[in-house]
Design a protein around this ligand. Structure first.
Ligand SMILES: *Cc1c(COP(=O)(O)O)cnc(C)c1O
Length: 353
């Protein structure tokens, strides 16, 4: 793929690396490519970052036919630039595209587009401990048409945002509300796709949990409201004795790449990981018996988020004295060190660009 590059004449002032706010600052350039029925994906280009001009009837505004991804680029101590598991993100983007009736992209082209844009804006990759360049690819339906159908035109775009360490004063556990009124996903729905509608549908639960003093919700399954599924926009793990439980991918759960990295690392350390459904009652039972040692969530933004407290139907439990658990910390250290080049990439997760 031949990517045309137009550089900005007005580079922006870069934000202070030590006070980056997640998703707040964007770099000087963006990637953009069009799809038209008949012609396919065409005209890949890097342009100065800026607003789009779209007709008010543009389909994505009305019916939310869109998909997105999230991954990160890191600069190593020796100055190399590396992407973490970019091939997996490109593959997942296509899984989401298929579910949303969006034409798939060539996965090598997606990686080439990411690599080209990151190189153009490489001075934006922060170097301070725990920082990285967040990469947000997305696809939107662009037919100017008010009516429910699959669009015949699309834009694939990538924007970049320098981000800081998610936890400024070290990793601190979060308080989670077990949601038993609203649901996130149901079998046959779109829970496994990274698409905007899932997040719009989750806001009410998040707002209500916030008012009660919780930072996120734990989602139960959409049918019986008893099986543990996800935490906010992250996958969830429980350590019971020396075994790790995590819900299996059965269509309603997003197939997290950090989830997969955690499972592969844990198994490489000879720790048993059980991908089986478990109920919230079972989780509270493990706690009652003193077997619940750690609960943590995984996702690209924070990598590992320890959960210090869980509230379900007016019962609140504290987990591991509201401190980060030993395995949560070990996973966090290993994943972030592979990402920034301080630990050998023995799983071939890194693409050097
Ligand atoms: C993105 C996301 C995750 C985490 O996926 P990663 O690839 O680890 O970042 C988990 N759940 C939901 C709902 C998500 O959107």
């Amino acid at each position: 793929m031949e990517i045309r590059i137009t550089r900005t004449r007005n580079p922006k002032k870069k934000p202070d690396e030590n006070s980056l706010v997640f998703g707040h600052d964007f770099t000087d350039h963006m990637f953009i490519m069009n799809y038209t029925q008949g012609e396919g994906w065409h005209d890949p280009r890097v342009e100065p970052y800026g607003p789009l001009q779209l007709d008010p009837s543009t389909m994505v505004f009305h019916y939310a036919q869109e998909t997105f991804e999230g991954l990160k680029a890191y600069k190593t101590d020796s100055g190399d630039i590396q992407l973490f598991r970019a091939k997996d993100n490109a593959a997942r983007l296509n899984q989401s595209n298929e579910r949303m009736c969006i034409p798939t992209l060539d996965e090598e082209d997606v990686i080439q587009a990411i690599a080209t844009l990151v190189k153009v804006d490489q001075d934006w990759i922060p170097k301070a401990e725990g920082t990285s360049l967040y990469i947000r690819p997305f696809v939107i339906a662009t037919d100017p048409f008010v009516g429910v159908k699959a669009s015949s035109t699309y834009l694939f775009m990538i924007i970049l945002s320098p981000v800081g360490a998610y936890y400024k004063e070290g990793i601190s556990p979060v308080k989670i509300y077990v949601e038993d009124k609203y649901v996130r996903a149901v079998p046959g729905g779109i829970g496994f796709a990274k698409t905007g509608g899932n997040y719009a549908a989750s806001l009410m639960a998040q707002v209500e949990a916030g008012k009660k003093g919780y930072s996120q919700v734990l989602w139960l399954d959409g049918i019986e409201r008893k099986y543990v599924e996800e935490v906010g926009t992250s996958n969830v793990f429980c350590r019971v004795g020396n075994k790790i439980y995590t819900p299996p991918l059965q269509g309603s759960i997003l197939s997290g790449i950090t989830r997969d990295s955690a499972i592969k690392l844990l198994r490489s350390w000879d720790i048993e990981v059980i991908e089986e459904r478990f109920t919230i009652e079972q989780l509270f039972e493990w706690h009652r018996k003193g077997e619940l040692q750690e609960v943590f969530a995984t996702g690209t933004a924070a990598v590992i988020s320890p959960i210090g407290a869980l509230s379900w139907q007016d019962n609140e439990i504290t987990i591991n004295n509201n401190e980060i658990g030993q395995l949560s910390q070990r996973l966090y250290n290993s994943i972030t060190k592979i990402q920034n080049g301080q630990l050998e990439d023995s799983f071939s997760w890194i693409t050097s660009i």
